[in-house]
Each structure stands twice: as C-alpha cells, then as structure tokens.
Design a protein around this ligand. Sequence first.
Ligand code: SF4
Length: 391
Amino acid sequence: MRSLPLTPIAGSAAAAGAPGTTADAPAATSAAARRAAMPPRHLADLDLAARSALLAELGEPAFRAKQVSQHYFGRLVRDPSGMTDLPARSREHIAAALMPPLLTPLRELACDGGATRKALWRLHDGSLVESVLMGYPDRVTVCISSQAGCGMACPFCATGQAGLTRNLSTAEIVDQAVYMAGAVANEPMPTSPPRLSHVVFMGMGEPLANYSRVVAAVRRLTAPAPEGLGLSQRHITVSTVGLVPAMHKLADEGLQVTLALSLHAPDDDLRDELVPVNQRWKVAEVLDAAWRYADRTGRRVSIEYAMIRDVNDQPWRADLLGSLLRGRSTHVNLIPLNPTPGSRWDASPKPVEREFVRRLRAAGVSTTVRDTRGREIDGACGQLAAAEVVS
Ligand code: SF4
C-alpha cells in the first residue's frame, strides 16, 4: 500500500469529531463569515406559504406567489423580465425581493456528441461551482454541487485540495437544476427524452455537511409545481463520504431518495487515508448506517468506489469488499479515476478493473462500472472549477 499524505479536514464539523453536527454548525466566527458570504434570499429558498407571505408584505395580490412559482418551476423562467403577463411594477418587486440572480455562467462546454454538457458558475461572492448534465436513452440527469469547495480533503480529488469555501444556499442548489431543466427543454439532447428527470448530488462538496439546505433543496426539487420542480424522490441521489450522524438523520426524514456512499476502500487502514473522515467514522460504522438507511427507506444503497491504480484495486480488496456487502441491499458503482493534471493518482488498468468486477459479482454483489462522461471537459468532481482557478 502506498503511503498517502494526510490533510486536515478544513472547515468541517466532522473534523472535530462531533457526532450530530455538520457544517451547518461550525465555530461562531467562521459561521459569521460564512453567513456574510451567503447570497440574498431567493424564491427557491422558501416554500410556497413563505413566498406568499413575503409578496403580501410587498402589497402583491394573494395569487402572485403561485403565478411567479409557476413561471420558475413550471416554465423554467429564471429572469422576472421574462414574466410578461405580470405588471411591470410586480416584476420589479419580484426581481428585488425574490429572484436575485444567483448563478452567472462563466463557461459552458459540451462533449460526447452533445450528450454531456457542463456549466461553470460564478456565485455572488466570486465562488465557483459546477453542474453537469448527462443525457441517456431513458433519462436526463443533472449532477449538482452542494458546497463551494469541499472540506473532506480526499487526497485524490481536485475539489478536496482547495478546501471548503462555503455552503451553498438552498436556492443556489435548486437553481442549478432549474437552469439545466430549462436548457434541456430548450435544446433537447440528441438521443434522450426532452425533460430533466434525475438529480444527483455528486458535484462539488459533501452534501451531508450542508445538511439542512440539501434536504430543503430535495424537498423543493420534488414538490409538485408550482411549489417545486416536481421530480420523483426516487430519481434523486444524495452522496456522502460517510457522515454517520447525518446519514441516520437522513434515514429518518421520510424521503425516498437514493443514498450513495463513497466508500473507496473496504479497510480502515487505507480508507483513513483516502477518505480522511474515516478517522472519525470507521468502515463498519459507516456501513451500519448505510444498512439502516436501506432498512428505513426500502431503498438500495449505492456504494461508490473510485478505482485507483495500485492503491485500492488489489484482488484481496475486491474479496474483502465482497464479503462486507454480500447479502445486503446494495449496488456497487466502480468509477475509473479521472486523474487531475499533475496528480500522482491514476486510474486502474482495464484488466485490473475487470478482475475487481468479477470478484465482486462472484460474491453475489451487483456491480457496474460507471461511464466516464465528460472526460474531455474535465468532468470529474470539481475539476472544471479547479482548471478555471489555475488558468
Ligand atoms: S471526493 Fe467528494 S467528498 Fe472527497 S474531497 Fe472531493 S468533493 Fe469532497
């Protein structure tokens, strides 16, 4: 096994080893700094009742909140100037009080014959985040970011190297999906349905470290229009590196979303290094939380495993992983590592990957290798933002 440098988990309550806490509750000074950096309130931060109350305070009629919400979530109109059935004065109120621009597109790229599109956004405070849209024959999925940067410090990940800048607001999370839903509706992907159907929280950040805003975003994405975007809860996937208290909390939310656990190693020795939060919550505890999630929700848990050459891809690790997962309600996604420029981490060779798959399947564990969408456009976690920062 290679010895890897350990990096402290910056800005994460998990680093302090505080069960039940998340980055929603950091130290007082950093909380103040982060609040200062949060964006202005937006319609997607609020439920329909709160939108109505706010607009009533501005002297708008009772039906206005539904009307504006229908524009945003139903017709995917993100700019109030496009709501031409509203009086000009109302559009001004709404722009000022409910719909400040949250995401400024810096760069949009396409590859895979137009079946993958990636957007890099600048937020109001200059932070950069990204979203990736992926078209398949049966669905269209958007991968969205939940934090600017990430405090989890996984050493093989571009985002993890820069640390956490701040949590995204609920609306900054939701607006990525609404923008991409509009992009698909206006310009369908070549061989995919003309409608966004799935959302995965696998962009920048550790979603469960921004717990309350991510759960609010899930509720907004899945509430029927005009309250929300009307997606199926079963079409939403929330990933985590294994923040155990937050996993338990999510299991008790009454949601039907898929939980994806980024495991990356079946043994604590290696996982302590690849996923530093493992120093707080060990493999056995993390898997117990995953099985409890499956029991409580009836949803199969995804196990994500980045295949890294000569680091975590040995046959004995496949066998150990198989023994941990055998008989459980789970599916393994092996992810060929997309190495960051200048990184010493590399993807496993294909024969090694095939043998890993063979051993897991021989143990009775459902396993697939994830496609590597967006490689031409730095499609791995956080890499487009990293490229922009260094260029
Ligand atoms: S792999 Fe995910 S959790 Fe780990 S540092 Fe990167 S973005 Fe954060």
